[in-house]
Design a protein around this ligand. Structure first.
Ligand SMILES: *[C@@H]1O[C@H](CO)[C@@H](O)[C@H](O)[C@H]1NC(C)=O
Length: 525
């Protein structure tokens, strides 16, 4: 009996394996990454790698100057190149300039910010033009007949290349950067906080006011970027298209987001949340690290990292951190590439690099002190580790605020934090059961999905490969002019009809009254 059951299960399994519906292999995937911003490339490359492991051909377009480096990172990918005539370097310069001008508090005077962003958009458009102008390259790409193109929603060029080659587009979207005009989805600033604010979804009047302002600022930036790409779009797609219409042809939007962190908000059927797609099961540690973790006993370990971007914390802050860590009964494992702080305690171990995901998944880990970068936040969330956040810039303060709103930790001001504050925060989060319970709940919710986020991303890309574009999922909203989208034409019509009706009633009354008065006069005479 058992043998029969086994045979049947094997047969079903083999049938599933051979079933076309479960198997899409040998697709041709073209990746068009955003220039300069490395974290975007790392995310895209992770998805590309899984596609490559599933026997799809993955081709990437990069300027020649970064080719060797990228080839070394991802030997499984094929590369197409072009000469970008220094556009990459100029974009890097602009990036640095913005960081310098933002200074300590991360704020830039609005007109200057818009000016910098416009310059960025123009440089991106130039980069795009150089890519599309190279007919050797575009002919090769056309001849390859790719099944799908994977792009970033931040970089209009990807969508333009997709339209030019007539290939369906899948766009990766960081919550930081998405032009809601291209997706057609409403973005209600009344209850959806921008990722440039630290608000949660209960905003009193002043916060709603600020949220609306921040969202408008972001929309202005997108408007500038889209405008900057319009002449390239006209040149390669014809006068009828703009960068925005090209982008609105995106078939699937893969959001690096999850309602566990980002508050509930409207969505379209072609928007898919894949927040935490990069998180893997924790692997085993090196012997040295495992021994260190075990040596912590019941107190456990505090893991500290500010990401690759901030590998060395400035001296003054490093001393504050080191002093606070030295007071703890726990052991501390700190990713720190800078000089060894003078106040470093004997319980603290410095390392140039940490296997962060494996450490967060380790049973001895009690707390994560983090800059709250997006990937770190999802690793903490997935492994259920409570956090003390010290965010510095970009979306980090918002990520931290989201974890705090979910009860999984405390956020402190990185620039002004004192030894006492940091020590108290760490002790509170470790000893108060509520933080651990909240983190554990987030973790079990994030793990309890019908498909892991990476599986979902791959399923949707293969769905596009199989069916060649999904126009039926695209909301018509993107094609409507703004006055139709907001029903202003309908409102104007209704106002007109009501006005005519009211005028008619008023005029009839007037006529009746006159008649009555005349009749009254005649009678009285
Ligand atoms: C054009 O593309 C080809 C093929 O990718 C490349 O070898 C060549 O360097 C490119 N030329 C320019 C000017 O971008």
């Amino acid at each position: 009996m058992r043998a029969i059951t086994l045979a049947v299960s094997v047969a079903i399994f083999l049938h599933l394996l051979s079933d076309e519906r479960f198997n899409v292999h040998g697709g041709k995937v073209l990746l068009v990454p955003t220039p300069v911003i490395e974290s975007y490339w790392f995310e895209m490359a992770k998805i590309g790698q899984v596609l490559s492991d599933r026997e799809h051909d993955v081709v990437v377009v990069f300027p020649e100057r970064v080719l060797t480096k990228r080839q070394k990172d991802r030997p499984d990918f094929q590369f197409e190149t072009f000469q970008d005539q220094g556009a990459w370097a100029r974009l890097e310069e602009l990036n640095n300039l913005e960081r310098e001008e933002a200074g300590e508090d991360g704020q830039i005077f609005l007109p200057r910010l818009l000016q910098l962003r416009q310059m960025w958009g123009q440089e991106m458009a130039k980069h795009c033009d150089l890519l599309l102008r190279n007919s050797t390259l575009t002919d090769r790409m056309k001849a390859s007949r790719h099944d799908v193109i994977v792009t970033d929603a931040l970089f209009h060029c990807g969508a333009i290349v997709g339209r030019h080659l007539d290939v369906p587009n899948v766009a990766l979207v960081a919550p930081l950067e998405h032009d809601t005009r291209a997706t057609g989805v409403p973005f209600p600033c009344s209850y959806v906080p921008s990722v440039f604010s630290t608000f949660d979804d209960r905003m009193p009047f002043l916060q709603r006011l600020e949220n609306a302002f921040v969202v408008c600022k972001q929309m202005a930036v997108f408007w500038l970027w889209a405008r900057a790409h319009d002449s390239v779009t006209h040149r390669y797609l014809g006068k009828g298209e703009t960068a925005l219409t090209a982008m609105s042809h995106t078939d699937v939007w893969l959001y690096v987001s999850d309602p566990l962190l980002d508050f509930p908000q409207p969505s379209m059927p072609n928007m898919v949340n894949i927040g935490g797609f990069h998180v893997k099961q924790a692997g085993s540690l090196s012997e040295e690290l495992e021994t260190f973790m075990r040596s912590s006993g019941d107190e456990g370990v505090v893991v500290v990292s500010f990401g690759a971007f901030m590998n060395s914390v400035p001296t003054q802050q490093a001393e504050v951190l080191a002093t606070a860590f030295a007071l703890l009964p726990q052991k501390v494992l700190w990713r720190h590439g800078g000089e060894k702080p003078a106040s470093l305690g004997s319980n603290t171990k410095l390392m140039n690099w940490l296997p962060q995901n494996d450490l967060l998944g380790h049973e001895k880990t009690r707390l994560f002190v983090t800059h709250a970068g997006r990937s770190s936040v999802y690793e903490a969330l997935h492994h259920g580790v409570p956090v003390v956040c010290l965010p510095t810039c970009l979306d980090q303060p918002a990520n931290a605020a989201r974890l705090v709103a979910r009860g999984a930790g405390i956020s402190l001001n990185y620039r002004t934090v004192t030894v006492e504050e940091l020590y108290q925060a760490i002790v509170t989060v470790i000893t108060d059961e509520r933080y651990r319970a909240a983190a554990a709940r987030l973790s079990s919710l994030h793990r309890d999905q019908p498909q892991p986020p990476m599986g979902r991303a791959v399923w949707w890309i293969e769905h596009v490969i199989k069916h060649g574009g999904l126009p039926h999922l695209r909301a018509r909203a993107v094609e409507l002019p703004w006055y139709q989208y907001y029903l202003l034409d309908v409102a104007a019509f209704l106002v007109a009809v009501c006005s005519v009706a009211m005028w008619f009633v008023w005029f009839s009354c007037l006529l009746c009254c006159r008649k009555c008065r005349r009749v009254g006069k005649i009678k009285s005479q």
